[in-house]
Design a protein around this ligand. Structure first.
Ligand code: NAP
Length: 281
């Protein structure tokens, strides 16, 4: 059984391959990469696979039994890109596609959800057994900016008291590896999120505790928060999208009550204190 992973050079893809090697052996794994030279250090065979170049996808999926389709990173282009991968999987007789979607994609009010809903529909129509992993937010989305927040003296956002059930990329990668190597997951959709939800005020409090400094959470109107993000170098469109997403977060769009992720990986999801410590070390 050969397992192929798209987006293998990305942060999540790398972690999935790391987890899969001891489970199935490197010889059963194929990294699919838009830029194969970036995958040379992964320790598995590499094939070129560009979502925008269908001919590469056809060759890349020859002989593959199980495919992890990690959602692409080019927002607005993803539905046709994912459709091209699914088409190549059909042409090559792939037996199982596992897809990384978004938490509660069917009802999510996040702008990002549309492409995931469209991809989920394509998967359900394609005739290949599928597993949809509806990943929540990465904790790293918040902890990545903590060193700057500590330096500036405040955590800024527009998420109010919204509770965030995030987990680390490593948690989601372990779940993907468990599904890719387990059985009984065909034609299922699994909501994956962290065990313990936090607010951005909780994040600021944990950063304060670990640094011994007083770092408050300052909640801004979304327009003001977008300006802050632009001022630190984010492109306007991305800054607006992130600030608008925060408003949805304030309404609970990233909250999840279940423990499907920790059940799947056989351990609790990474606690916020560990993620904060990793970001501040
Ligand atoms: N849950 C969350 O909080 C969250 C946050 C951000 C993103 N996401 C989603 O989760 C995915 C994985 O996350 P990540 O952290 O691993 O993202 P990442 O580090 O940005 O990796 C994205 C991967 O997709 C590949 N890719 C992009 N466009 C491609 C194309 N046209 N053809 C083939 N490969 C292409 C990239 O290849 P290169 O290495 O060549 O660039 C990279 O390997 C993202 O792509 C996005 O859909 C989720």
């Amino acid at each position: 059984m050969t397992i192929a992973i798209t987006g293998a050079t990305g942060q999540l893809g790398r972690l999935v391959i790391h987890d899969l090697i001891p489970l199935v052996g490197a010889e059963k794994i194929i990294a699919l990469a838009r830029s194969p030279e970036k995958a040379a250090d992964l320790g598995v065979a590499v094939r070129a696979a560009d979502y925008d170049a269908p001919e590469t996808l056809d060759a890349a999926l020859a002989g593959i039994a199980t495919l992890l389709l990690i959602s692409g990173s080019e927002i607005g282009k993803r539905t046709p890109q994912h459709a091209a991968v699914i088409k190549a999987a059909q042409a090559n007789g792939v037996k199982h596609i596992v897809y990384t979607s978004l938490l509660h994609a069917d009802t999510s009010t996040l702008g990002l959800a549309g492409e995931h809903r469209e991809t989920e529909a394509l998967l359900k129509q394609c005739g290949i057994p599928y597993t949809i992993l509806r990943n929540g937010w990465y904790t790293e989305n918040y902890t990545g900016s903590l060193p700057g927040a500590v330096q500036a003296g405040a955590v800024l956002g527009a998420a109010g008291n919204g509770r965030i059930s995030s987990a680390t990329r490593a948690d989601y990668a372990a779940a993907a590896a468990a599904v890719l190597t387990g059985s009984g997951f065909e034609n299922t959709t699994i909501e994956l999120a962290g065990d313990v939800a936090f607010t951005l005020a909780d994040l600021a409090a944990e950063a304060s505790r670990q640094t011994g400094k007083t770092i408050p959470y300052s909640n801004l109107p979304s327009g003001e928060f977008a300006k802050v993000l632009t001022s630190i170098g984010l492109p306007d469109a991305l800054a607006t999208m992130l600030a608008e997403a925060d408003v949805e977060v304030s309404k609970g769009v990233l909250f999840h009550e279940g423990t499907e992720l920790s059940d799947l990986i056989g351990r609790p999801t990474t606690p916020l204190r560990d993620s904060v410590a990793a970001a501040l070390k």
